[in-house]
Ligand binder design. Structure first.
Ligand code: ADP
Length: 207
């Protein structure tokens, strides 16, 4: 539901100054308390504001955003992740380039003795290909982004957490890992998984 201009102002006032009494809100708007009574009820009913006796009105959040967040927080990474493509750190850059084409993916996770030590993206591979290195003789460990700089996620974490990590890290994919010290890669979450989830949530196949 679209808020009126005055309701929008009230939300802004409470966001900035809450907790605040109805009288003080009316005072700031230069209106009588009775004039904004309906607006305050509507905003409380819609979930933007809440009121505590003797404390006043405080801001709860944009209910539409809270709804989307609740949905994304209720879905676990495990439900959405796909099978990871994992290669050993001794593989050559050339072999990893071949795998990226064969597997049709953008990010490969690199392991040593089966545990996560790094990752490589398409751009990492392009960068090494335009350098003067011998791609067949250079081990992937020389060009990968390495631990502890890898951003990871657990299978039981929420998809919302995954989205935030991808956004803040400015990356395309997260390895889904298990373990405390040494990490086993059990899946991957990419922007493609998240896009597919959005299409599913939007009910595209029900049209
Ligand atoms: P591209 O470079 O192909 O656009 P990304 O944006 O995913 O792909 O990668 C950007 C950089 O971040 C690359 O150097 C890559 O090695 C690194 N990177 C990719 N995924 C991760 C991750 N999960 N954690 C840390 N670094 C990552």
């Amino acid at each position: 539901m679209k808020l009126t201009e005055r309701q929008g102002y009230i939300v802004d006032i409470v966001k900035e100054r809450g907790p605040i009494s109805g009288d003080d809100i009316a005072g700031i708007l230069d209106l009588a308390r009775g004039t904004i009574r309906n607006d305050l009820s509507v905003l409380t009913m819609l979930g933007y504001l809440d009121a505590r006796p003797k404390v006043g009105y405080y801001y709860k959040g944009d209910p539409e955003k809270i709804h989307v967040r609740d949905i994304l927080e209720s879905i676990s990474v495990e439900e959405v992740m796909s099978v990871p493509v994992v290669l050993d750190e001794k593989m050559s850059v050339y072999d990893v380039i071949c795998s990226i084409f064969l597997e049709n993916i953008g990010t490969i996770f690199i392991t040593k003795d089966g545990y996560l030590v790094g990752c490589v993206s398409r751009k990492d591979l392009l960068r090494s290909a335009i350098g003067k290195v011998d791609l067949e003789k250079t081990p992937i460990s020389l060009i990968m982004t390495r631990m502890p700089n890898i951003i990871t996620i657990g299978p039981e974490d929420s998809i919302y957490t995954a989205c935030v990590k991808i956004e803040k890290g400015e990356i395309d994919a997260l390895p889904v890992v298990e373990g405390d010290d040494r990490l086993k890669v059990v899946g991957r979450i990419t922007k493609t998984n998240i896009n597919r989830l959005m299409v599913d949530l939007g009910g595209e196949d029900e049209r």
